[in-house]
Design a protein around this ligand. Structure first.
Ligand SMILES: *[C@@H]1O[C@H](CO)[C@@H](O)[C@H](O)[C@H]1NC(C)=O
Ligand SMILES: *[C@@H]1O[C@H](CO)[C@@H](O)[C@H](O)[C@H]1NC(C)=O
Length: 249
């Protein structure tokens, strides 16, 4: 009885995970400390009026195949995914330290860049208003033009693990980290790209003082950006990574 029940449950869970999407960072690490990511179970817990665990990852309702389309770039959903709201906890990382984002090991889209932004909160990020967060890009990876290998393929080769170094000069304080894959397999059509943004409350410690100016989420991208609307099924001679300039620290 029990093994059978367990098997069915696993089977159904696998089906659900496949059908409901792959677009989530299921866990993350700050300077090696593991934290829970937001998973769909928490959405259903909320709908069923059950307790949602306290986590530093943001809540979001990416229930379908889990992306924000370019025709929603000028809506608040581009910040931290659909109907997002702040996590209730805050993780911590040292300036100069690392944040590791764990996507599903079987990320299915090998075409597209991977980007990471931070936005400083005016107070506690657990109270952040996503519409006033100003994003500073701290990491970007597009395509290696000599091998034609995308950052997304590197992610797949690395079994879903993506590690970002936090610029050492960034001012201490409370930040929302916004980590994002832009899948380009459908980007030959206008509005065919797929953005998978994920947000996390992370306090940066250390002695940095740099407060670079960021941009509002609705100003990050346009659906006609050359790095968003392009045919990926050709040998690319150049690629313009979407979004504002990189803050290298
Ligand atoms: C942020 O707010 C939460 C409750 O929402 C509280 O538990 C936490 O201590 C606060 N953190 C800081 C750094 O003020
Ligand atoms: C592109 O890939 C080649 C082969 O792996 C590597 O030697 C080269 O450094 C890469 N170029 C960039 C810009 O990363």
């Amino acid at each position: 009885m029990l093994p059978h029940a367990t098997l069915s449950f696993t089977f159904l869970s696998t089906l659900a995970a496949t059908a409901l999407g792959h677009g989530m960072v299921t866990s993350f690490k700050t300077d090696g400390t593991q934290h829970q990511g937001f998973i769909l179970d928490y959405y259903y817990a909320k709908v069923n009026k059950q307790k949602v665990p306290d986590i530093a990852a943001w809540y979001a309702e990416n229930l379908d195949s889990g992306f924000v389309a370019p025709n929603a770039y000028q809506t608040s959903d581009i910040n931290c995914h659909k109907n997002a709201s702040p996590g209730t906890l805050t993780a911590s990382v040292a300036a100069g330290g690392t944040v590791q984002f764990n996507w599903p090991a079987t990320w299915p889209h090998p075409y597209g860049p991977i980007l990471t932004y931070v936005a400083k909160c005016s107070g506690n990020c657990t109270q952040a208003d996503k519409n006033s967060l100003r994003w500073v890009k701290i990491q970007e990876a597009g395509i290696n033009l000599s091998t034609q290998k995308w950052a997304s393929q590197d992610l797949i080769d690395n079994k879903g693990v993506w590690t970002v170094k936090v610029p050492k000069s960034l001012a201490t304080g409370n930040y929302v980290f916004r980590h994002e894959i832009i899948a380009l397999h459908g980007a030959g059509s206008l509005n065919g790209a797929q953005n998978y943004p994920q947000c996390f409350n992370i306090q940066i410690t250390g002695s940095g003082t740099a407060n670079p100016t960021g941009v509002l989420g609705t100003q990050l991208y346009k659906n006609t950006d050359p790095g968003i609307y392009l045919n990926p099924y050709t040998t690319l001679k150049s690629y313009t990574i979407p979004g504002p300039a990189l803050f290298s620290g």
